[in-house]
Design a protein around this ligand. Sequence first.
Ligand code: LLP
Length: 428
Amino acid sequence: MTQPHVSSLPGAPQLARRGHELWLEGCRLADLAKVHGTPLFVYSKASMRSALAAYQRGFAGRQATIHYAMKANSSLAVLQVFASAGCGFDIVSGGELRRALTAGADPAKIIFSGVGKTRAEMRQALQAGIGCFNVESESELEVLSEVAQGLGLRAPVSIRVNPNVDAKTHPYISTGLKDNKFGVAHERTLAAYRRAASLPGLKVVGIDCHIGSQITETGPYLDAMDRVLELVEAIESQVTRLAHIDFGGGLGINYKGDTPPEADALWQQLLAKLDARGFGDRHLMVEPGRSLVGNAGLCITEVQYLKPGEQKNFCIVDAAMNDLPRPAMYEAFHAIVPLTERQAASTVYDVVGPVCESGDWLGRDRALAVQPGDLLAVLSAGAYCMSMASNYNTRGRPAEVLVDGEQAHLIRERETVEDQMRGERLVG
Ligand code: LLP
């Protein structure tokens, strides 16, 4: 496996090689590692803004709200970038609600997804005055109505439809097929809307669908839209008018030469379909996560040891599956490049972490010219990396830096062992 050329690195154009050194916006990454240590997540604000701008261009002239799916990266300063740009948020827990509000979110632009909302979470969200609950089952409708009534409120709801389309992505991140746990089956949807409209604690406001993640083709979106619009027609003629249509998130990014459509190009096609079917005047909502932050981030890690072997050579680094779980969980590919290029022959390595599991790898069969002490950047690490990081092996989660031009802001301190042990008790 050869390393990608810098101009094709995921994250370009904010990521650039100047001389032999890697820079993100106006910051030299090696300097950030020196100040903050490794492993270190670094994000480009300009890159997030330009990813968001593609959606904004796509919706120009429409009534639309972009709800950043904050599970992708829920660090407060990242949320702040999107809140200050006028985005809403797609949340999936009471914890995410707290984070969004702390970062300055407008509660009316928060939508709450997820199959297992608890009564306590529903109460919290109702009291905060969120914009919509994306309800994922018929039994959730009953519980939400009861909880809202208890507070003397009516909960605004959409029903998440499972359109049964194949998003053609990794099975763990495909969510719109019949055998997934998500949403209400297409054929049950109309009955669920009738029930929702009859419940005293609910107010039907929209319809929702999300078919999966890291989608790199337009076809599945167009299919899902057809399926959803069939339902919108039926619901509006038989139950009630829907004020908004939410098409979820899912748009993929470039990890390894992937070529997903740009958000504006995708939406041009989807809007044409929407207009053709007479629903172009509805308030549109989307819930993108990865496509807003994925290519904006990277993780800097230091080479600890090189371990040649008969079958494999290992490059052992100080980041691990607890920091960056996507390779271990989904066999996901992340490009790995040296921060400072060496003019030396490269060797093929498996890049692995120090955690005591064979699944603890970050990259396989990578050609690298490295020595212990060198720094590497694991690319496209802005989404579903830090937000899925854990403390496995009692490893503190990494620090995070947000780069804005020549300024680098520490947005999260490295987690200490004391942080990890807080709240634990010895017995006796
Ligand atoms: N809306 C809902 C209801 C979702 O479940 C998700 C993601 C999104 C929006 C945002 O999807 P995105 O635009 O980020 O594709 N950990 C996995 C991805 C899990 C996605 C879960 N749901 C990964 O690292 O690939």
